[in-house]
Design a protein. Structure first.
Length: 308
């Protein structure tokens, strides 16, 4: 499973600047809950100096998404709009002490949200609905511009890297040809500009392509996870591991006035009871997501956490 730095864990369990901002000067929305990750970034800007005086976020997603969103707010507060726009997704990852390659798309989502919030502050149009032909990955709503920006900023040279940084191609993989086209075109331009060595550029003839899977008509979140090669657990072993994982999380929740207890386990469904400050909290879905990720990491198998 993925290894997270101490700072990623800290910013996940104790996110900074989470919540709703009253009367923000700029709002940036990226992603969609149906795709698994969504982020709303809100900023306050001093009109004369254009210094970002405050920033808040709301995120639906994994621990890396929450930590990346929180880190972004810390990075931009106190900076001018011009300075903030120079922040890259790699800056977000570096601030957190690094992210697993498979989670770099969380930092890219933060970068995209910042661009959207600044555009909103300036009164510029931020196209939410992709123009005809610009949408590459329909499963995750990734367009050509987002792929090109990620490729250029991070010098990506493979389909796998594009998927890690944008999620494009991470579901049914029917968009692989489109990803290849954007990747090849962007790499060629980078070579011409002296930004990339020709030997490193993407070569479609030698590309390793992921297997295409039929579309189910459901959210990518509904796709069954591939089984992890670990010994099969008995029901008793599973319950004990779930209890251990929840006990490890409870001190963090209690520190913020909340709590979480195991209620029941039915197959892959884990019922939990949230109490204290966790009840009715705007970050309750984040808490559930965090518990779920912790349990999956602990057991090495897919589980779904359901608050009851």
């Amino acid at each position: 499973m993925w290894e997270y730095s101490e700072k990623v864990q800290e910013y996940f369990y104790n996110p900074k600047n989470a919540g709703v901002m009253e009367k923000p000067d700029g709002v940036g929305d990226v992603g969609a809950i149906s795709c698994g990750d969504a982020l709303r970034l809100m900023i306050k800007v001093e009109p004369v100096t254009e210094v970002i005086t405050d920033a808040k976020f709301q995120t639906f997603g994994c621990g890396s998404a929450i930590a990346s969103s929180s880190a972004l707010t810390e990075l931009i507060i106190g900076k001018t709009i011009e300075e903030a726009m120079k922040i890259t997704n790699q800056d977000i990852a570096d601030f957190l002490g690094g992210l697993p390659p498979e989670k770099m798309h969380c930092s890219v989502m933060g970068y995209e949200a910042l661009r959207a919030a600044v555009a909103n502050y300036k009164g510029e149009a931020w196209v939410d609905d992709h123009e005809e032909g610009a949408l590459i990955c329909k499963c995750f709503g990734v367009d050509e511009g987002m792929i090109e920006r990620a490729v250029r900023m991070n010098k990506l040279t493979s389909i796998e890297q594009v998927t890690h940084f944008t999620k494009a191609g991470g579901s049914c993989s029917t968009c692989v040809e489109g990803i290849e086209e954007v990747l090849a075109k962007t790499n060629a331009a980078m070579v011409a500009e002296g930004l990339l060595d020709a030997a490193e550029a993407f070569d479609p003839s030698n590309a390793v392509r992921p297997l295409k899977r039929p579309k189910t008509g459901k959210s990518p979140l509904a796709i069954k996870l591939e089984p992890v090669t670990k010994p099969k657990l008995t029901n008793l072993q599973k319950i004990r591991l779930i209890e251990e994982a929840i006990e490890e999380l409870r001190p963090y929740l209690k520190r913020d006035g909340g709590d979480c207890e195991l209620v029941d386990v039915e197959g892959e469904r884990v019922m939990v009871k949230l109490s204290g400050a966790c009840v009715g909290c705007q970050m309750a879905s984040v808490t559930v997501s965090g518990v779920q990720e912790k349990l999956i990491e602990k057991l090495g198998q897919p589980l779904r956490v359901i608050p009851v």
